[in-house]
Design a protein around this ligand. Structure first.
Ligand code: NAP
Length: 480
């Protein structure tokens, strides 16, 4: 059985505990590799390695840092097939999606921030003839990057790339549910010549290694992506430690379909927004509000498209809808489908576990599920399900649609489908979210700020926002 290893001080090593967690392939339900269960002892070794190289890395020229990062991006591209397959096995996502989205974006993240590092500049503020201020932006030092399982390598690189490009040394923890591509990535770091200790990757559970990372006194900033409950927990346990925190959390995103939209294109895109990656994207639109005059027409076309999604073995290049990430998560999603029916919802399509034949007969597949007839306030429409489940509801007035959209504790993303330009601007401005897409979904420019409001997070990633997060500004004021 393959044993995943930690990456500490440039070496691939076992956890000091000698203990392992089982890593399950979601499409088959079988254990296929072992994950080191790291603890504080491993963390101390990683922090010592990071501390030893911290000054050297901070003083490495921008060009040299960019060169190493670009080499890493090139290595991801060169190994894209192997990484996409590993992601499909580890996560259950369709391999075509893994290659086109996860792995493509992983190298794009690293390349983007390699260049951002060389372009990043700080401000100066002149005070007439009296003085000039300039801002220094120094790396923070040792920072932590904690990432979730839904986009394992994509979100891992989205965090470590700006941290490294701005001169920090990093302790990173991928999700224990999907550790494989971070492990393969650590081998690429060795190949790319990343100096030992600059990046340290610790595997294991949130409890045994995630917790110690967040409270370690030498780790001065934490960039976290995951659930809102974990984000709240991290805020609580680090309160009083004066760490910089960036929290990218859950969502319950609205999709607003107006009667004047391009119906065919909208249906196609709204299906993607609801079900891509088995609905396991923080940005998925799980509450779909449709203007009443086109409600029935939209519903018919939407359900036909959802029914046509090809469920199957994630390793089959034709598969569009793979397995959910774990048995526990599958059961959670299925319990929400049950709840939706208790809350008065009608299942229009899906609603059950999907059983495959052959290799994947014990896999954690769920049929793409569409529910109708739910009240906006019910739990199904308020809580993040994070699976292939969406709820459709009619509305009559623009103002009503905005109120429905804003009627949850979350505020991550929204999409609006309309050909009325003034309405598009009006609605975008009124929606409580960190990102609003008009007539599109998941179209990402890496320079733009990314993050959520309300329970969806604190702070922004992306472009210069990430470079600012990972640096400490210092104002220098010089009197003429
Ligand atoms: P999660 O359970 O909160 O875990 C996220 C990461 O935190 C994992 O690496 C996890 O490790 C670790 N962790 C767990 N407990 C911890 C603790 N006490 N201290 C430190 N780290 C701890 O989230 P998930 O289930 O992996 O991911 C799904 C969630 O992420 C959804 O809510 C989704 O909306 C959100 N998400 C948000 C964004 C965004 O950009 N806003 C993007 C993607 C996903 P283990 O896995 O080992 O427990």
């Amino acid at each position: 059985m393959q044993k995943i290893e930690n990456y500490i001080n440039g070496q691939l090593v076992a956890a000091t505990s000698g203990e392992y967690l089982e890593n399950v392939e979601p499409a088959t339900g079988k254990v296929y590799s072992l994950i080191p269960e790291s603890n504080s002892e491993d963390l101390d070794a990683a922090v010592a390695a990071a501390e030893a190289i911290q000054t050297d890395w901070a003083n490495t020229s921008l060009e040299k840092r960019a060169e190493i990062l670009c080499r890493l991006a090139d290595l991801i591209d060169a190994n894209a097939d192997e990484l996409a397959e590993a992601e499909a096995i580890d996560n259950g996502k369709a391999i075509s999606f893994a290659k086109a989205v996860d792995i493509y974006r992983s190298s794009a993240n690293i390349r983007f921030f390699a260049h951002a590092g060389t372009q990043f500049a700080s401000e100066s503020h002149a005070m007439g003839n009296l003085a000039i201020n300039y801002t220094l932006r120094d790396p923070i030092g040792i920072v932590a990057c904690i990432s979730p399982w839904n986009f394992p390598l994509y979100l891992f690189t989205w965090k470590i790339a700006p941290a490294l490009a701005s001169g920090n040394v990093v302790i990173a923890k991928p999700s224990e549910v999907t550790p494989m591509t971070a492990y393969l990535f650590s081998k690429l770091c060795v190949e790319a010549g990343l100096p030992a200790g600059v990046l340290n990757i610790l595997h294991g559970s949130g409890q045994s290694i995630g917790g110690p990372i967040t409270t370690h006194p030498k780790i001065k900033a934490i960039s976290f992506t995951g659930g809102s409950a974990t984000g709240a927990h991290i805020s609580k346990v680090t309160a009083g430690m004066f760490k910089k925190l960036s929290l990218e959390l859950g969502g319950k995103n609205p999709t607003l379909v107006f009667a004047d939209c391009d119906l065919e294109e909208t249906v196609n895109e709204v299906v993607k927004a609801a079900f891509s990656n088995q609905g396991q994207i923080c940005l998925c639109g799980s509450r779909i509000y449709i203007e009443r005059p086109i409600y029935e027409q939209f519903k018919t076309a939407f359900i036909a498209k959802v029914k046509a999604l090809r469920i199957g073995d994630p390793l089959d290049p034709k598969t569009q809808h793979g397995a959910t990430v774990s048995e526990a998560h599958m059961n959670k999603v299925l319990s929400y489908i049950e709840l939706a029916q208790q809350e008065g919802g009608t299942i229009l399509t899906g609603g059950k576990r999907h059983i495959e034949n052959g290799r994947c007969q014990n896999g954690y597949f769920i049929e793409p599920t569409v529910i109708e007839g739910l009240d906006n306030q019910c739990r199904t429409n308020q809580e993040e399900i994070f699976g292939p489940v969406c709820s459709i509801m009619p509305f009559d007035k623009e103002q009503e649609a905005i109120q429905l959209a804003n009627g949850t504790e979350y505020g991550l993303a929204a999409s609006v489908w309309t050909n009325d330009l003034k309405r598009a601007h009006r609605v975008a401005k009124s929606i409580e979210a960190g990102i609003v897409w008009i007539n599109c979904w998941l179209l990402r420019d890496l320079r733009t700020p990314f993050g959520g409001v309300k329970s969806s997070g604190v702070g922004r990633e992306g472009g210069l926002e990430a470079m600012r997060f990972f640096t400490e500004p210092k104002n220098v004021c010089i009197k003429y």
